[in-house]
Write a protein that binds this ligand. Structure first.
Ligand code: ZN
Length: 168
C-alpha cells in the first residue's frame, strides 16, 4: 500500500475535486445523505437501501481490488479496510474471521447517526462494502447482513457475512 487513504487523498482546487488516485470522492453530511431514505415510504426505502448496498458493493469492491493490487491480499485486505474506514469517516471497524463466517463490528456508524432512531437497520453501505471485501478474501460470493444497528438502539452496529446460497 502506498500510504494511508488520508495520505493518498488529493484535493484539486482548480477542478473542485477530491481523488484517491483515479477514484473521485466527495464529502456529504450523513444526515443529508440518509435523509433520502427517511423521506421514502417503507417499501421504497428498503428497496433504496438495498440498491445503495449493491452500488457500494460494486464501487467499493472496485476500490478494494485496487488495494489488493497495491499488496493488500487475504486478511491483510481486511486490515487495510479497517484502517481506511475511519479515514473516510465511516466509524471504527473491527473484523473477525471465522470458518465461512466473518463478522464486523462498527462503532460510530455515520449512517446510523445520520438516519437517527429506526425500527430497521440502516447501514446499507457497510453491508455492501463488507460483502464485497469478504467475497474477495473468501474467494467466493459472500452475503453480508446487518444483525444489530445503533439506529435501533444497539451499542454499536454488527454485521455477518456467510457464503451466498448457490442458486440451482
Ligand atoms: Zn447500523
Amino acid at each position: 500500500m502506498s500510504g494511508s487513504f488520508k495520505e493518498r487523498l488529493s484535493f484539486d482546487s482548480a477542478t473542485g475535486a477530491l481523488f484517491d488516485q483515479s477514484r473521485r470522492y466527495m464529502m456529504i453530511r450523513p444526515d443529508a445523505l440518509m435523509g433520502i431514505f427517511k423521506r421514502l415510504p417503507p417499501d421504497q426505502r428498503m428497496a433504496a437501501l438495498q440498491a445503495f448496498a449493491e452500488s457500494i458493493a460494486e464501487q467499493g469492491g472496485d476500490s478494494a481490488r485496487a488495494y489488493v493490487d497495491m499488496g493488500g491480499t487475504g486478511s491483510k485486505l481486511l486490515d487495510v479496510i479497517a484502517a481506511t474506514a475511519p479515514e473516510l469517516g465511516w466509524g471504527i471497524w473491527q473484523f473477525n474471521i471465522g470458518m465461512d463466517r466473518f463478522t464486523l463490528s462498527v462503532r460510530n456508524s455515520p449512517f446510523a447517526a445520520g438516519f437517527g432512531p429506526s425500527d430497521h437497520p440502516v447501514c446499507a453501505p457497510i453491508i455492501g462494502m463488507f460483502g464485497a471485501v469478504t467475497s474477495i478474501v473468501a474467494g467466493k460470493p459472500m452475503q453480508a447482513r446487518e444483525i444489530a444497528c445503533a439506529a435501533m438502539g444497539a451499542e454499536y452496529c454488527q454485521f455477518e457475512s456467510t457464503p451466498r446460497a448457490s442458486t440451482p
